[in-house]
Write a protein of this length. Structure first.
Ligand SMILES: [Zn+2]
Length: 301
């Protein structure tokens, strides 16, 4: 599937001055992209208008690592193919944690369940996602994913699911099977009922389905959210309003920072700056969102 996952294309502009608090950060939604994943000439960043500078696989690798170091992102959960994740891990082993993305940009099929179990047993993957099933109009409760979820539950492997929406025109461009309905957080309820020990990461914080996200988080304490993409691709006040609602509802211990930088390196700095500048978050809450919550969810020491 040659999908171009441009999450939201809303032309708003952020200031370029970055607030550096030197806070320790874990990025739970980082993509290990390859050259060509978004076409021969990748589109510019929809927010800044900047074209991605890195043109080769090595350039992508090096520019991402340089940015993560600059912003003190000490760990990144890599969502990508096993092969591309291995490139990142071999270059900077202590920074990257491998997570199996599905579907991916190379149209790889899922490994069979025996191979998948081996990947978990041998710690070749520490998370399962991003699962962009919504782009195929599919849901995680489909029975074909059931054996994979049982394995994840058994080995304590978190499952990271794309929820919410996507870029304007998604069904008319990359993904004719895309369904808004398939991104609703409550569709995860049957999975959580069947797998009470399964850790689930609601990618993009279920945005814009706030009520469903809150309901799921109240009933199922094993559900965490990441703020990725929403933290730099939607209007800032809209993001703040949604994030504040989750904080007010009492979930500050289960919200995790993510960039979802895709091919735009500057997505990392934009997203960090937006969370850092949230006027309603105190310092302790920022420490939780940027590091502590993810450290607990992914067992990072
Ligand atoms: Zn996503």
């Amino acid at each position: 599937m040659n999908k171009t996952v441009l999450f939201f294309l809303i032309p708003i502009f952020f200031s370029q001055n970055i607030t550096s608090q030197n806070r320790k950060i874990i990025d739970v939604h980082f993509h290990t992209r390859s050259a060509g994943d978004y076409g021969k000439i990748p589109p510019p960043n929809p927010i800044t208008g900047k074209a991605p500078k890195a043109e080769t696989n090595d350039m992508i690798l090096n520019s991402n690592i340089a940015l993560l170091k600059e912003y003190n992102v000490v760990k990144a959960i890599c969502s990508g193919t096993l092969k591309r994740n291995a490139d990142f891990i071999s270059k900077d082993p202590s920074r990257f944690i491998s997570s199996l993305e599905y579907p991916d940009h190379q149209n790889n099929s899922l490994p069979d369940t025996l191979a998948f179990k081996k990947l978990c047993e041998e710690h070749k993957i520490s998370a399962f996602g991003e699962l962009g099933l919504q782009y195929e109009g599919e849901v995680l409760s489909d029975k074909k994913y059931e054996p994979y979820l049982s394995i994840c539950e058994k080995f304590g492997i978190p499952v990271a699911v794309h929820t919410g929406i996507a870029a304007p025109n998604t069904p008319y461009t990359c993904c004719p099977n895309f369904k808004i309905e398939a991104g609703k957080p409550l569709l995860l309820e049957p999975v959580l009922l069947k797998h009470p020990k399964l850790k689930v990461q609601l990618m993009h914080m279920g945005y814009p389905f706030l009520e469903e996200t809150k309901a799921l988080m109240v009933i199922f304490p094993q559900v965490y959210v990441d703020v990725s993409a929403v933290d730099w691709l939607v209007p800032k006040e809209e993001f703040y309003s949604y994030l504040k609602a989750l904080i007010t509802a009492g979930f500050e211990d289960r919200i995790m920072y993510g960039s979802d930088q895709m091919i735009w390196e500057d997505g990392i700095s934009l997203s960090i700056k937006t969370v850092e500048e949230a006027p309603f978050l105190n310092d302790a809450q920022k420490d939780k969102i940027f590091y502590k919550n993810a450290s607990k969810f992914f067992n990072i020491q």
